[in-house]
Structure formats: structure tokens, C-alpha cells
Design a protein around this ligand. Structure first.
Ligand SMILES: NC(=O)c1ccc[n+]([C@@H]2O[C@H](COP(=O)([O-])OP(=O)(O)OC[C@H]3O[C@@H](n4cnc5c(N)ncnc54)[C@H](OP(=O)(O)O)[C@@H]3O)[C@@H](O)[C@H]2O)c1
Length: 319
């Protein structure tokens, strides 16, 4: 059966995730509190930022409106995070869409990497979004040191057991972080009563596109059935003029953005394109009427290491 915007795949947790997600981030450099402070204080919003929630009147925050546009366009998967400060708007949009809750997949991410930090943030995400469960909660990045990473994972495991979260995973984990987590899961299984009691890694969300193939991480995840979510799938527009992309765009009568999203889908990734522009939100989802051949998928790939966002996958284990 042909894949459509509502097609799903089954995660290792047993829950289904829609193949295409809608990203709602502010740019990752804003994660630096200093940059955030400067940007907020001078109230400069670059065109690629998803506007943060606005004060009343309650005609819907900009974020809420973007999510509603996306849900109207057929997306059923929203990728948020505590640090994006828009979980409340996402929750409003999910409710306001009138689409049954179980048909929408909502992701958030924990930025406070410690047991107590993650535990508190999970409850805060639930309170802000006013959702009675979160479909997928990720550890946003590995920084914090070994004990804190393990503690944060245990908080996710307990939240699954408490019914607050359905699936769990990580983001920006390199192979060394994944190996550490795998060993910790085995230890938890021994201590807590067997298979599954250490938690199941369903997702690793990393920057992925033809100029950042991350072969080592992809191989680790694929070998274990962990799905890869691709952030910056359209490289923030930086590669639209590449001849290899333009050639395929011409061949299929598609835009460069659509070719890159299709590449991600054809690689088996779950792409999370972000836009605050209504016609781009619609266009980025119009990728289910063509496929790249295996040869075309390979032809787009490069050996480059060219991230356009931060890259915490290279963080040392003791950082
Ligand atoms: N886990 C992490 O650490 C992490 C880090 C970064 C991102 N993410 C996730 O991944 C999502 C996507 O990443 P991203 O926003 O950094 O990169 P992206 O999706 O590759 O690019 C978004 C940028 O491209 C523009 N754009 C969107 N559609 C377009 C089109 N059809 N034609 C031309 N330009 C277009 C957007 O502008 P407009 O919005 O102005 O239309 C925006 O500036 C985020 O929203 C977030 O959910 C996660």
C-alpha cells in the first residue's frame, strides 16, 4: 500500500508513529541561554524561528496557529521540546483541531539531564500541554555526565510505567552514549525484574541529511531496530541550489525541499521539517506522490560532515 501522510510505523515500544513529523523549534543556537537572552531582549526574530507564545488576547498564539495549519494540512505528528517553550500552544492546537487525540502523535524533550530534573520536566510538559499523556519523550541531548544521563533515563522509564508517556528515546546521542545506555538498560533489567523493565529505546533524533549521514549512529540504531528521526531534514534551506538536488527536483517536478524530505523518507528516517509559512507547511507534506529510486537516494549522499545545527553527539561521556 502506498505511503501517505498518515502512514505510520511501529516503534520498538509497540506504539505507532506517523512517518512525517512537523517541527516546531526555535533554532538550536537559542539553546544557549546567553543567545536566548539577547534575542528576547532585543526582540529580533529571524525568519526561521517559530515565534514563541504571545500574551493575550487569546486569538491563538503564533505557535498554535502553525500547529493548526499543520494538522489541517494532514500532519499527525508534532515535534516539540521543553526548551522550545511552546508545549502549551501545541496542546491547544491539538485540542482545537478537533482531531481525536489518539490520532495525533506528540513529542517533547527533556533538557534537564538528571533524575530529578527529568522527573519534574515530564510533569511540567504534561501540565503545560494539558495532554493526559505524551506519545514520545526524548532526552534532548547527552550533556550532564554519565550518572545524570542514567538518572534521566530512569525517570523516563518510570514515567512510562506510570502511564504518563508512551514511548521513550534519546536525541543527539552518539554511539558512545548509546552503548552506555544499552549497558544501563541491561543493568536495570537485572535489577528491576527482567526484559523491558529497563526501558526501550524507540528513537534517536539527530541532524540527518545528505551532508550529514552519520553512518556510525545509523548503523547502531538500525542493527537494534531503533528508528532515526531526522532533524534539519531540509538543511534549513542551505542546500537547495546543489546540482544533485536541483536535478531531481526538475525530474519529479518537485521543490528542493520536497526532494530532501523524500530522500529522508526513502532512507527510512522520520523527517521533521519545520516551517511557520502556511504554503510551505502544505508543500512540505506533498511528498507522497513520488519516490526516489535506490540509485537516486545513493547519488544524493555525500561523505561530508556538515551540520547546520549544534552537534552534541560528539560530547564526551564525562561532559
Ligand atoms: N533534537 C534537536 O536537538 C533538534 C535540533 C534542531 C531541530 N530539531 C527539530 O527538527 C525540526 C526541524 O529542524 P530545523 O527547523 O532546524 O530545520 P529545517 O526543517 O531543515 O529547516 C527549517 C527552515 O527552512 C525553512 N523552510 C521550511 N520549508 C521550506 C520550504 N519549503 N522552502 C524554503 N524554505 C523552507 C523554514 O522557514 P519558515 O519557517 O520561515 O518557513 C526554516 O527557516 C525542528 O523544528 C525541531 O522540531 C531538533
Amino acid at each position: 500500500m502506498a505511503t501517505t501522510i498518515t502512514s505510520t510505523i511501529k516503534l520498538p515500544s509497540g506504539f505507532e508513529i506517523p512517518r512525517l513529523g512537523f517541527g516546531v523549534s526555535i533554532p538550536s543556537n537559542i539553546i544557549s541561554p546567553i543567545v536566548a537572552l539577547i534575542q528576547v531582549s532585543i526582540k529580533v526574530y529571524k525568519t526561521y524561528e517559530t515565534p514563541p507564545p504571545q500574551p493575550p488576547p487569546h486569538t491563538g498564539t503564533p505557535m498554535e496557529r502553525c500547529c493548526l495549519e499543520a494538522l489541517k494540512a494532514g500532519y499527525r505528528h508534532i515535534d516539540s521540546a521543553a526548551i522550545y517553550k511552546n508545549e502549551a500552544g501545541c496542546g491547544n492546537a491539538i485540542r482545537g483541531s478537533q482531531i481525536p487525540r489518539e490520532q495525533i502523535f506528540f513529542t517533547s524533550k527533556v533538557i534537564n539531564i538528571s533524575y530529578d530534573g527529568a522527573k519534574a520536566q515530564i510533569d511540567e510538559s504534561l501540565a503545560l500541554s494539558k495532554l493526559n499523556y505524551i506519545d514520545l519523550m526524548l532526552l534532548h541531548q547527552p550533556r550532564g555526565g554519565s550518572e545524570n544521563r542514567k538518572g534521566a533515563w530512569l525517570a523516563l522509564v518510570e514515567a512510562v510505567e506510570a502511564g504518563k508517556i508512551r514511548s521513550i528515546g534519546v536525541s543527539n546521542y552518539g554511539v558512545h552514549h548509546l552503548n552506555e545506555l544499552e549497558a544501563y538498560i541491561s543493568k536495570l533489567e537485572t535489577e528491576r525484574g527482567g526484559k523491558g523493565r529497563g526501558g526501550i529505546i524507540s528513537i534517536n533524533q539527530v541532524e540527518l541529511h545528505p551532508w550529514l549521514g552519520r553512518k556510525d549512529i545509523a548503523e547502531w540504531c538500525t542493527a537494534r531496530g531503533v528508528f532515526l528521526e531526522a532533524y534539519c531534514p531540509i538543511v534549513r534551506g542551505a542546500r537547495f541550489d546543489e546540482p544533485s538536488v536541483k536535478k531531481l527536483a526538475d525530474k519529479y517536478g518537485k521543490t528542493p525541499a520536497q526532494v530532501l524530505i523524500r530522500w529522508s523518507l526513502d532512507k527510512g528516517f522520520i523527517p521533521l521539517p519545520k516551517s511557520v509559512t502556511p504554503d510551505r507547511i502544505v508543500a512540505n507534506a506533498d511528498v507522497f506522490d513520488f519516490n526516489l529510486t535506490g540509485e537516486e537516494v545513493r547519488a544524493l549522499e555525500t561523505e561530508e560532515y556538515s551540520p547546520v545545527a549544534w552537534d552534541p553527539t560528539v560530547t564526551r561521556l564525562d561532559e
